[in-house]
Design a protein around this ligand. Structure first.
Ligand SMILES: CC(=O)SCCNC(=O)CCNC(=O)[C@H](O)C(C)(C)COP(=O)(O)OP(=O)(O)OC[C@H]1O[C@@H](n2cnc3c(N)ncnc32)[C@H](O)[C@@H]1OP(=O)(O)O
Ligand SMILES: O=CC(=O)O
Ligand SMILES: [Mg+2]
Length: 621
């Protein structure tokens, strides 16, 4: 096992029941023996060292995001950076692809939930991306159980007993290669304080997983390489540079060769498409490619252009990969990756199997096949599947078009895509905006947030996979249409989106949700809270950066529950809380903060409210 800077036992402080923590680290999440196997002193020391070394650079990178957004709001368009033209124009390649992950034709994704991890690893996919991000609601329980599950998976001791079906789940001999996706840079981990501040969520996810699994992983799965990661939601190569430095530091601490860790970066923000070469260049020793994170990309298009009323999106269902700006993005990504010697991964088709309707199921499968055929013909080396039931069809499309070659890096250079311009990447999507689009966004957004608040980060809704990225599209599209009074086609009659109209739509869609899920589930679920959160964000005067930043405030559960703070703590608490208590959420927030399940308003919750409000860039500060 890896060992880090030695902390004398006398300096250790036990917080709460029994976590044994190094100096400057506090664990405010519930104690559980199996979590303590993960939250060991040395592992926490490793995370704390990463946090201390990189926190200022992360803060700076987040400020730069804000600065760039202010420029876009003032009318500027994202573009290729003249200062890094030499990176784009010169010939260089990334480190060779590790043989263990040369073939990535189908990658299944899913949250770090125990049964799903086993199913995904056994699914027949080449890779399983275990998700702490879009597919996971990052509650303390989910995160810590996820770390326990991943450790058991890498150790190959993972099993699961489904009592209701009396079915035992275990790993097959042949399993998919494991990639792990930590959270994005913007999310903090409220339950882990380092030097009095919430830790950066992705450093907790990465640090704990790497610390416990790197040696075993490299020996058993990576043939000397690994662990493997997916890196989400970056907007600029300076963020890739931070990841590269994190990897180098981790390799140094573990005493493993530089370049052992490998990562695929999701290109899923509009600014990042202009930085693909630069991102690969920063990570050239650690890269295994880029991936088209199409759902967050669409969300980012709206976010980036939040100040541009001339760029309203058509209905969500119409913004597919056939839109010129989406096709240009995927083709330029393929060209960039292959030029630099790494995989160009395709994205997620949102369709999932429809069990009770064979005709609808076949139609959904046909859409998936079409999407995958476009990807493989364009030159992608592999793609994502949301559900094990899709893997045979997707594998068939890829193998029948690629033969048994592991990838198309050398054979599909896509030099023709070198002519793709800024205009291509920014071309306005075409299509219509409809009342049904507004209704569907609202119905889906509310149900997704309701699931997220109760611990589920990916859900089937209306026969599609919904996760944080797809829900974001629903939210920002409603916001954009409301902000600029978009005119919708309502049965041939133009209807302007106003607060009044939206209020009616929310009411009617809530009634529909209640009918669909049934009264009992509706009352016992978190639909009303979700409705308030979603509605507040859709109607906010300025766009919140992320749906999950505000919603995270509702899933933080601090232990021990009662915090006895100083007068200063109490006044900070009060000011942060008060700033948050406004408009629609007033009653709800009070209730949630004082409710039996949440414990009293703690200092840490207030700090998280405060910092998430700042990170959302709208309300306080
Ligand atoms: C935009 C992006 O970031 S995409 C990446 C992030 N999103 C995801 O990863 C979504 C992953 N997919 C899922 O979470 C699920 O497939 C859902 C929520 C969409 C659908 O879930 P369900 O309706 O519960 O699926 P369903 O009931 O058909 O599941 C059947 C079986 O397949 C399993 N299964 C379904 N999806 C997955 C998956 N992605 N990985 C592993 N197993 C899965 C279920 O556990 C279940 O197993 P069982 O028969 O042993 O009990
Ligand atoms: O993470 C993937 C996406 O599409 O978003
Ligand atoms: Mg995403």
């Amino acid at each position: 096992m890896m060992s880090v800077g030695v902390v004398p036992p006398s300096m250790a402080r036990s917080v709460g029941v029994a976590y044994d923590v190094p100096e400057g680290v506090e664990i405010r999440g519930r104690y559980e023996e199996e979590f303590a196997r993960i939250l060991t002193r040395d592992a926490l020391q490793f995370v704390a060292e990463l946090q201390r070394e990189f926190r200022n650079r992360i803060k700076y990178a987040m400020e730069c995001r804000g600065e760039a957004q202010r420029k876009y709001n003032a009318g500027m368009l994202p573009c290729f950076d003249p200062a890094t033209k030499y990176v784009r124009d010169t010939d260089w390649v990334c480190a060779p692809v590790p043989p263990a992950v040369a073939d990535r034709k189908v990658e299944i994704t899913g949250p770090v939930e125990r049964k799903m991890i086993i199913n995904a690893l056994n699914s027949g996919a080449k890779v399983f991306m275990a998700d702490f991000e879009d597919a996971l609601s990052p509650s303390w329980e989910n995160l810590m159980k996820g770390q326990v599950n991943l450790k058991d998976a890498v150790d190959r001791t993972i099993s699961f007993h489904d009592r209701t079906r009396n079915r035992m789940y275990k790993l097959d001999n042949q399993t998919a290669k494991l990639f792990v996706r930590p959270r994005g840079w913007h999310l903090q981990e409220a339950h882990v304080l380092i030097d009095g501040e919430p830790a950066t969520g992705c450093l907790v996810d990465f640090g704990l997983y790497f610390y416990h699994n790197q040696a075993n992983f490299r020996a058993t799965q990576g043939a000397g390489h690994g662990p493997f990661f997916y890196l989400p939601k970056m907007e600029h190569s300076r963020e890739a540079n931070i990841w590269n430095c994190v990897f180098e530091r981790a390799e140094e601490v573990a005493g493993i060769p530089k370049g052992s860790i490998r990562a695929t970066v999701l290109i899923e923000t509009l600014p990042a498409v202009f930085q693909m070469d630069e991102i690969l260049y920063e990570l050239r020793d650690h890269s295994v490619g880029l991936n088209c994170g199409r759902w967050d990309y669409i969300f980012s298009y709206v976010k980036t252009f939040q100040g541009h009323p001339d760029r309203l999106l058509p209905d969500r269902v119409q913004v597919g990969m056939a839109q010129h700006f989406m096709r240009s993005y995927s083709e330029l990504l393929i060209r960039t990756c292959h030029r630099r010697g790494v995989h160009a991964m395709g994205g997620m088709a949102a369709q999932i199997p429809i069990r009770d309707d064979p005709v609808a199921n076949e139609a959904a499968m046909e859409l998936v096949r079409k999407d995958k055929l476009r990807e493989v013909r364009a030159g992608h080396d592999g793609t994502w599947a949301a559900h094990p039931g899709l893997i045979p069809a997707i594998m068939e499309v890829f193998t029948s078009n690629m033969g048994h070659t592991p990838h198309q890096i050398q054979t599909m250079k896509r030099e023709d895509a070198a002519t793709i311009t800024e205009d291509d990447l920014l071309q306005r999507p075409t299509g219509v905006r409809t009342m049904e689009g507004l209704r569907l966004n609202t119905r889906v957004g509310i149900q997704y947030v309701a699931a997220w608040l109760t611990g589920t980060g990916s859900v089937p809704l209306y026969n599609l996979m919904e996760d944080a990225a797809t829900a974001e599209i629903s939210r920002v599209q409603n916001w954009q249409w409301l902000k600029y009074g978009a005119v919708l086609d309502g049965d041939g009659v133009g209807v302007k989106v106003t607060l009044d109209l939206f209020g009616r739509v929310v009411e009617e869609e809530m009634a529909r949700i209640e009918r669909e899920v049934g009264g009992e589930k509706f009352r016992s679920g978190k639909y009303k809270e979700a409705c308030k959160i979603f509605t507040k964000q859709c109607t906010a005067p300025t766009l919140d950066n992320f749906l999950t930043l505000d919603a995270y405030n509702y899933i933080v559960v601090i232990h021990p529950k009662q915090y006895v703070g100083s007068t200063r703590d109490v006044s900070l608490c009060a000011s942060a809380g008060l700033r948050h208590l406004h408009g629609l959420l007033m009653d709800e927030k009070t209730e949630l903060l004082t409710g039996a399940n949440m414990g009293a308003c703690s200092m840490e919750q207030c700090m998280i409210f405060e910092s998430n409000n700042l990170a959302n860039g709208s309300k306080s500060g």
